[in-house]
Design a protein around this ligand. Structure first.
Ligand code: NAD
Ligand code: IPM
Ligand code: MN
Length: 351
């Protein structure tokens, strides 16, 4: 199979973890006789430094011309610590998602038995934890207008907007995903307070009966945040809006063992993007300390979701599980290996 992959490594630990994911893809190509051609493009703070724009037109063109995008992370402390900065790395990521029409972000969370001891939760809570956070990605409070500041600067506002035609595809995707998993969908919202959440609930009540074989449940987001710690195995597909999905997936990473192992896929109208859930982890930049497994598992999602290469994806995942069960992991999982060494171990398991 011949495919084109756009590489948007971004900032901080992005380039380090993406390099390892690419080496894993190369190993898959060598083993299965595929050819992937890579085109690197700028995004985030690196793109601002080079061009003044966190998502340059050239980068968008590369994404559009590719069969899949492998994305690292964006973000830099110089912007995190400057609330006045008008141009920000995060705008690059948000603009890419919007321009590619990536309305659904799939964030699987699994508690691997070999990592139970890495989670602060008691082991018995982690048995059977395997859920999918299905996060709406290009609407809600992240994109609603108007947004901004009052003229005197003493008031700021964001707007949360959801339309029926943005909600319905998410709900159908949730029910269809549940059919391939454990047949349960939980809508996470704040319908007791927010008008947008009430529209999600209304659409949920309309659509759920079309999937009589799937259990449909609703939960308020504050309770969901608690239930994720108290009894996480109850969840299968958690479908939710942009902001709640962002927060709950980071919370979910504690069940998995580390934010450094959570992958994601963003799908929609144009080229799909595969990216770790984590950010640019600036404290670890250039130190060979970052866990590359989230990026490597994102590459596995790319193989499966974008190219339909299920056997190849399964091989990557099983190599990752061997790394976990034999403690060939980075410090966040209690190991002693560096980013490169973990990548090399995965490659050695594949080759
Ligand atoms: P972060 O995800 O970068 O890091 C939070 C913590 O998670 C770290 O302190 C570390 O303990 C752990 N962690 C994250 N990635 C890890 C890895 N690969 N290996 C081991 N441990 C890991 O989030 P933050 O500190 O809140 O934000 C840092 C910057 O990243 C900000 O500029 C933020 O805007 C940006 N960010 C970008 C993305 C993205 O590109 N998708 C996501 C989140 C945050
Ligand atoms: C993520 C990140 C982004 C988000 C930020 C960096 C814009 O937190 O991918 O989870 O909030 O979507
Ligand atoms: Mn996030």
């Amino acid at each position: 199979m011949n495919k084109r992959i756009a590489i948007l490594a971004g900032d901080g630990i992005g380039p380090e973890v993406i390099t390892q994911a690419q080496l894993v893809l190369d190993a898959i190509c060598a083993k299965f006789g595929h050819t992937f051609s890579y085109t690197e493009a700028l995004v985030g703070a690196a793109a601002i430094d080079a061009t003044g724009d966190p998502y340059p037109a050239d980068t968008h063109e590369v994404c559009m011309q590719s069969d899949a995008v492998l994305f690292g992370a964006i973000g830099h402390p110089k912007y995190d610590n400057d609330p006045h900065a008008k141009v920000r790395p995060e705008q690059g990521l948000l603009r890419m998602r919007k321009a590619l029409g990536l309305y659904a972000n799939l964030r699987p969370v699994v508690s691997y038995p070999s990592l139970f001891d890495k989670s602060p939760l008691k082991n018995d809570r982690l048995v059977g934890v395997d859920f999918l956070v299905l996060r709406e990605l290009i609407s809600g409070i992240y994109f609603g207008e108007p947004r901004g500041r009052s003229e005197n600067g003493e008031m700021a506002f964001d707007t949360c907007v959801y339309r029926k035609d943005e909600i319905d595809p998410m709900l159908h995707l949730a029910f269809e995903s549940a059919r391939k998993r454990k047949n349960k969908v939980t809508l996470v919202d704040k319908a007791n307070v927010l008008a947008t959440s009430r529209l999600w609930r209304e659409r949920f009540q309309e659509i759920a009966p079309q999937y009589p074989d799937v259990t449909a449940d609703t939960i308020f987001v504050d309770n969901a945040a608690m239930q994720l710690i108290l009894n996480p195995a109850q969840f299968d597909v958690m479908v939710t809006g942009n902001l709640f999905g962002d927060i709950l997936s980071d919370e979910g990473s504690v069940l998995a063992g580390s934010l450094g192992i959570l992958p994601s896929a963003s799908i929609g109208e144009h080229t799909s993007v595969f990216e770790p859930v984590h950010g640019s982890y600036p404290q670890a930049t250039g130190q060979n300390r970052a866990n590359p497994l989230a990026a490597i598992l994102s590459a596995a999602m790319l193989l499966e979701t974008a190219f339909g290469l299920t056997e190849e994806a399964a091989l990557v995942r099983s190599a990752v599980e061997v790394a976990m069960s034999t403690n060939q992991v980075t410090e966040d999982l209690g190991g002693t290996l560096g980013t490169k060494e973990v990548g090399a171990f995965i490659v050695s398991q594949i080759s």
